[in-house]
Every structure is written in C-alpha cells, then in structure tokens.
Design a protein around this ligand. Sequence first.
Ligand code: G3H
Ligand code: 13P
Ligand code: ZN
Length: 312
Amino acid sequence: MALVTTTEMFKKAYNGGYAVGAFNVNNMEIVQAITEACREEKAPVILQVSKGARAYANHTYLVKLVEAAAIECPEIPIALHLDHGDSFETCKSCIDGGFTSVMIDASSKPFAENIEITRKVVEYAHDHGVVVEAELGALAGVEDEVSVEADRAHYTRPEEVEEFVAKTGCDSLAIAIGTSHGAYKFKPGTNPQLRFDILEEVVKKLPGFPIVLHGSSSVPQEYVEMVNTYGGKMPGAIGVPEEQLRHAAQLAVCKINIDSDLRLAMTGTIRKFFAEHPDKFDPREYLKPARANIKELVRHKLVDVLGCAGKA
Ligand code: G3H
Ligand code: 13P
Ligand code: ZN
C-alpha cells in the first residue's frame, strides 16, 4: 500500500475509541522493528521523522526506508509524518519530498503568530494533499536541543482551541495536558496525573476533532534498570503511566507520540549485549536483539496501551 495521510486513520480511531501510535524513526532497524510489530498486530501506524533525524540520517534515506516498509507491509496503512516542524521551509521541504503529514510546531510563538505560521503551512500542505498537525500549549522536557523548563511549560487553554482550529484549518491538534518529552518526565515518588479535565474541555469545544499527545513515553523501568545495570547512569527516569494513556486513547486522542521508550529499549539491549559479549564487534549481532526488543515493546504499546491492534 502507498503511504497514506492520517485522515482516514484518525476518523476510525476517533470513532473506535483507540489511538494510532506515532513512533520516531532514525535508522533501518527502528523502521523494521516498528512496522513488523504493526504488520503482525494488524495496526495502522505513523512513522515520524524529526528535524534531528533528518540531520542525522538524511531526508532521502529516511523516506526510502519508510517506502520500503510500505512495500514490505502492504496490509497496513503507514503515514510518514514530520515531527515538530519548526518553520514553513522545513514543512515545505517534507511536503515536496514525499511526506503525507507534517507538524508545524509554532507553539512557542504568541497565539496570533502561531495562527499565521500554521495557516501558511496548512494552505501549502492541503494544496499538495498533505495533512497538518499543529500545537497549542507548551510541554516540559527536552526536544531537538530545545529545553522547555517546567516553569515555562503551560497547559493548553481550552478557550483558545476553537479559534485556532477555525483560523488555521489544521487537521489535528497537539495539546499540553501534563505529558512531557524525554525520559525524565516526573520526579520519582510522585504520582503523575494527566489533566483529563483540560482534555474534556477541549473536546467540548472541538467535538469530533483529532487530538494528539506528545511526550507519551512511559519509560519502562525494566529498560532503565538494564541501562543502569550495564554501565549506564539514568537516575530518576520516570514516564507517563500507561493506564492514563490507555484512557486518553479511548477519548478524543487519536495519535500518541512515543520515542524515548524505543531509545531506552535499544540502548539497554545493546549495553547488555556488550557486557555479556565483550569479544563481539559485528554491528548486526548487537542490533539484532535491539531490534527484537523494540518490536516487542511496540507490540505491547499497540495491544495494551493504544488499543489499535487489529484496526488496520
Ligand atoms: O519530541 C521529539 C522526539 O523525541 C524526537 O527527538 O529531536 O532528538 O530526534 P529528536
Ligand atoms: P517521548 O520523549 O515521551 O517519547 O515523546 C516523543 C514525542 O513527543 C515526539 O514528538
Ligand atoms: Zn513531541
């Protein structure tokens, strides 16, 4: 199946009470792990590429890897999405270069400026058959070398969402309800709680409109321990409780972004492999178990968190 936009995926997810997983890809093994899990579980999927991923792996390599996955997994719909597009130019380059969906993240700009930039991207994207995710509110955490301190993060204001969507024409909206980027989301010993009251207010203002959650890794303690046991140092890495994401997926949240969890699985597995096999040096030997563990982690997300298994 050719790459698709998220329009149909989101319609089905909204009505079906589940969310589609959006996983970040940077290399072949990660693309394979995610799409093999999705193919086996018959799940739709969004493969997303950040500015950092494009700088690391090169736009063309990533597009071709994702197109290869679409050929290998013809049974499932796959969307190729730009994660956190920072300008019209970056979005245009992805729209012109084979992406089916882009995010313009002007959430750090004043409201009127966010509307202006987003509307410009929407006009260009829609003219080219591409859909647009926009963002209102600011998540805490680190993304692409930009760190948003907890005190500068703020929740999405429900009273702004209607005007924003009407004026920009965006196709989905990322909101801030307490998720956060990276592996260090919450203080150990605290009880993380997403603001479902804000989500409900947003849904009242935008009935039927697809909502997106960023920063939704749960930071599996099994992999934090693996990293720490085999020479790493990641104290106090805590994520979003999976039950809360499951609940969000049953509401209007149609896309849930997960990246850090996959990174942890990869790094933990490779650290363990090297500790147990100090004589090995063939990258295929350590990337193989890393890919297998990412695949099982993605399977778990599809089945137990997102609820999108069997929905392709
Ligand atoms: O939210 C950002 C994603 O986790 C991508 O991270 O900018 O390091 O590629 P990156
Ligand atoms: P995590 O860091 O929680 O995996 O979030 C990823 C993300 O939001 C990508 O845009
Ligand atoms: Zn994000």
